[in-house]
Design a protein around this ligand. Structure first.
Ligand code: ZN
Length: 98
């Protein structure tokens, strides 16, 4: 699971409303509980881990990725992938490399 910089995100007037509605703390508690119940290790990624900026194919890290960019296009290996799918692949590997 990803640790989000909520404090920083709340400063963004476009994001703060959406985040307040999401009850992320409750979601995290539920995930932890479900993992424990099923004997799955719960791993929390570092707040500054660039899950969205990292190419899941070659590992290249983009210096900048704006929120409006919904598709990740890697300028190094040419990989074109959905932004959230790319980030989830990176997060799924986090415990293995981190
Ligand atoms: Zn790449």
């Amino acid at each position: 699971m990803e640790t989000l910089n909520i404090k920083g995100m709340m400063k963004n007037k476009y994001l703060s409303k959406a985040i307040a509605k999401q009850c992320l703390y409750e979601l995290k508690k539920q995930m932890q509980y479900k993992c424990e119940f099923n004997g799955i290790e719960f791993i929390e990624a570092d707040k500054w881990y660039p899950s969205s900026k990292t190419c899941s194919k070659c590992g290249h890290i983009k210096p900048k990725l704006s929120l409006s960019e919904r598709t990740y296009i890697c300028e190094k290996c040419g990989c074109v992938i959905d932004r959230d799918y790319n980030a989830s692949i990176n997060l799924s590997r986090y415990g293995l490399v981190g």
